[in-house]
Design a binder for this molecule. Structure first.
Ligand SMILES: [Zn+2]
Length: 141
């Protein structure tokens, strides 16, 4: 029976890591991580002997801070939430800067201007050669 089986170092570690989830959380964690089924009484007894609190605490899933209010949308504490938001804003800012650079400074813009000038001149020569009037849409834009 599991009751009489010694607690291994690994089991104690799993218990400490999951103590904030309460007795049931520890029981499930022991089963998942160590494959051992301890009773609730066994867990409570070991916890009390080793001064491990099994009081259920809210913890931030990212940083592990105990007893913190978690953001309803992200499930993170305030600090982790800010860190996440700042990171997102940095990415967004970089994206905007990349778009601006592409629109104003990209190397292919000179090629595009040369192509445009060439086409305009070609059309202009064509009009002169065939005596065509300059139409509004042919005017340099
Ligand atoms: Zn956090």
């Amino acid at each position: 029976m599991a009751e009489n089986v010694e607690w291994t170092t690994r089991q104690v570690e799993v218990m400490r890591d999951n103590a904030h989830l309460g007795v049931e959380g520890v029981r499930r964690a022991l089963k998942d991580a160590c494959g051992i089924e301890r009773t609730r009484d066994s867990i409570k007894m070991y916890a009390s002997r080793n001064r491990i609190s099994l009081r259920v605490q809210t913890r931030c899933p990212a940083c592990g801070a105990p007893n913190v209010r978690l953001n309803k949308l992200t499930g993170l504490c305030r600090r982790c939430n800010y860190e996440r938001n700042i990171e997102q804003q940095k990415v967004y800012s970089q994206m905007l800067e990349d778009e601006r650079r592409l629109a104003e400074e990209a190397e292919d813009l000179d090629d595009m201007r040369r192509t445009y000038d060439m086409m305009r001149q070609r059309n202009s020569r064509f009009r002169r050669k065939h005596g065509l009037q300059t139409r509004k849409r042919d005017v340099k834009t």
